[in-house]
Design a protein around this ligand. Structure first.
Ligand SMILES: [Zn+2]
Length: 143
């Protein structure tokens, strides 16, 4: 099953540069795009992340353009899969699913290490990265 646009076309997942406000530009934002009527919408789980990233910049940011791939685990994985040398649209979804599962396994391993070291900062960081990946799992079924 795939997600459809209002015009009945299937939506494609793409990375776009998005103007968040008039002054903040965010690169590599995952969006669902309709090739037919050219509308696009943000991947739903990205909404709170964009807001958080912009909040981190503060009220008068010196750098008003950044890549979401540097802040968000899932955006980074999508970016990595799409910029891979043998990227093809056909197996994008299965590849991404595979990479997400691999990354979750890696993070769970790191989590055990962090836990055994009783490193609470690290544990918190890993939890955060895991949560960025797990929100997408229900959404993965729609595209
Ligand atoms: Zn459309």
């Amino acid at each position: 099953m795939s997600m459809k646009c209002n015009c009945e076309q299937y939506l494609n997942l793409e990375l776009r540069t998005v103007m968040y406000t008039r002054s903040v530009m965010i690169r590599h934002v995952p969006v669902f795009v309709c090739d037919h009527c050219l509308t696009y919408e943000l991947m739903p789980s990205m909404r709170p992340s964009l807001k958080k990233c912009v909040e981190l910049l503060g009220p008068n940011p010196s750098d008003t353009s950044f890549s979401l791939a540097d802040f968000h685990e899932l955006a980074r994985l999508i970016y990595e899969v799409m910029t891979d040398a043998d990227y093809s649209e056909d197996d994008f979804k299965s590849k991404l699913e595979y990479e997400i599962q691999e990354r979750i396994n890696l993070l769970l391993d790191l989590y055990k290490v962090a836990e055994s070291m009783n490193d609470h900062t690290w544990i918190g960081e890993i939890r955060h990265r895991l949560s960025q990946l797990s929100v997408i799992l229900p959404e993965m079924n729609v595209f």
